[in-house]
Design a binder for this molecule. Structure first.
Ligand code: CA
Length: 495
């Protein structure tokens, strides 16, 4: 029986990250999720390069012999992606350290090939039972394999995000390559750890069972957001169906394109490739932009992404240029230093004026506050001051993962962005302190490997029963429900 894939892709930046470093692709033959890492080092570029290198496997499949080995095709594309990442890093050493996970499935009409490197995951739902068909290339998984850690202990291990293998342009990539058996009726899920770190397998199994594709995908993203979504969330869900079940290969809904059509891209790859053509990045990065409509996707190959980076003076390229998940971006630091030198000549005025246009969110004596300036210090100089405190939002009311974020300060693009961050934090604090609006699973710290020099941080589970450092007071919920935490107000304008 001829089989094909019906698919849907979603990517959400989550509730904590500033940008989306994940990329996803879903086509009738190729499914892929890549989770970029690197601070200034442009995780979103790495993930977009990986997906861009693989996408032609979907587009050109009609021209290829049906007996082509999908594992060879995947290995070759991954080799190309790795070389491209190396080339980009060599051209700009500031990008050293960028890399990406990659989990991809390629259907050639007779064989389903899996290629996998890193800690994104693939699952298969068959007759109602979920099975993880990839093994994380992580330190904790190696401990589990060696019998030194239980799977449950691995879920809460402080080093659980430490990755052992990724696609980073160094050496030869070493992906797992496996041919899978496949049946009509199978449902496949690829996801970044922004999903699997928040939702456990039982929750994922339930969300995938018995609903249509789009509903299943939306439910999974929603559950991850309810669980705190500390990291970007990217998923590709696909049903294996008999090919003659597909009427005409046309789009049936946003993000779904069926056999015969080209695939959709979501996340960083859609944002970066679409940058030149459209300002409407949000819906297409979340729900998917048809691959062939991305202006730089056609004809440029893997160089498409890096070509966008080449002209650093192009304001549009800068606008979509990589940003670190947090901390001070290097170009801002460079700008700061340059301005300080000018300041020596011009009396410091320009530098001071520049810092006064920067904002971030941090902890001011136990209260969430918007700061003006930059969070770094320059020798004895402090370059920031409290711009406005957020009334009724004590830091202690936040779940631990957000307290950790706040301790490091959360950068903002501008004052509006800072206020939006405060609003999100307030919503999380109120949710965490209002009984019966609990989480699903445990929030995880964002991918390890994110972050130039950023150490993996430890968070305690803050769902019920966990040994949280600050047990939340229990009160009876009332419908009008100001939450239980002293000093916490859920009305933004109050205080
Ligand atoms: Ca991630």
């Amino acid at each position: 029986m001829a089989l094909t894939l019906r698919h849907v892709a979603r990517s959400d930046v989550g509730l904590v990250r500033d940008g989306n470093e994940d990329s996803g692709y879903a086509g009738s033959r190729l499914l892929a999720v890549a989770d970029g890492m690197g601070g200034h080092a442009a995780g979103e570029v790495a993930s977009a390069v990986a997906v861009t290198a693989l996408a032609p496997l979907d587009r050109e499949s009609g021209d290829r012999p049906t007996n082509e080995d999908p594992l060879e095709a995947l290995a070759a594309a991954i080799h190309t992606a790795n070389q491209e990442i190396r080339r980009i890093v060599e051209a700009d050493p500031a990008l050293e350290g960028m890399g990406t996970t990659l989990t991809a499935l390629l259907w050639t009409g007779s064989t389903l090939g899996l290629a996998h490197i890193g800690d994104s995951r693939a699952y298969r739902l068959r007759t109602g039972r979920l099975e993880q068909i990839t093994r994380d290339h992580t330190y904790v998984q190696s401990l589990v394999d060696a019998g030194r850690l239980s799977a449950a202990e691995a879920d809460t291990h402080p080093q659980r995000n430490l990755m052992l293998r990724a696609l980073d342009g160094r050496g030869d990539p070493d992906p797992d390559l496996v041919a899978l058996d496949v049946r009509a009726g199978d449902r496949l899920l690829l996801c970044s750890d922004g999903l699997s770190g928040v939702l456990n397998d039982a929750v994922i199994e339930k969300a995938l069972t018995g609903s249509d594709l789009t509903a299943a995908a939306e439910t999974l993203v929603e559950l991850a957001l309810k669980g705190g979504a500390p990291d970007n969330v990217t998923i590709v869900v696909a049903d294996v169906i008999a090919a003659d079940h597909e009427p005409d290969g046309r789009s049936s809904a946003a993000g779904i394109r069926t056999s015969g059509a080209s695939g959709v891209a979501v996340g960083a790859v859609a944002e970066q490739l679409g940058a030149a053509g459209s300002a409407a990045a949000d819906p297409m990065t979340r729900e998917g932009a048809p691959w062939d409509t991305l202006p730089d996707a056609t004809g440029l190959g893997p160089g498409g992404v890096s070509a966008l980076l080449a002209d650093e003076d192009d304001p549009e390229a800068l606008r979509y240029a990589p940003r670190p998940p947090r901390g001070l971006p290097r170009w801002r630091l460079t700008g700061l230093l340059v301005l300080l030198v000018l300041g020596c000549v011009l009396g410091g005025y320009l530098a001071y004026a520049w810092t006064q246009r920067q904002y971030f969110v941090g902890d001011d004596a136990g209260q969430v506050a918007v700061f003006r300036g930059v969070s770094q210090e320059l020798g004895p100089l402090t370059l920031s001051s409290v711009y406005v405190r957020a009334p009724g939002l004590p830091v202690e009311a936040l779940p631990p993962v957000y307290r950790d974020r706040l301790a490091d300060t959360i950068p903002a693009d501008d004052l509006d962005d800072a206020h939006n961050t405060v609003a999100r934090l307030r919503a999380r604090a109120c949710q965490a302190n209002t009984p019966d609006e609990g989480r699903v699973g445990q929030p995880a710290v964002p991918s390890v490997a994110s972050g130039g020099g950023e150490p993996a941080t430890t968070t305690e589970p803050d769902s019920g029963g966990g040994p949280g450092p600050t047990p939340l007071p229990e009160t009876t919920p009332s419908p009008s429900a100001e939450p239980a935490f002293p000093g916490l107000s859920c009305t933004e304008a109050s205080g």
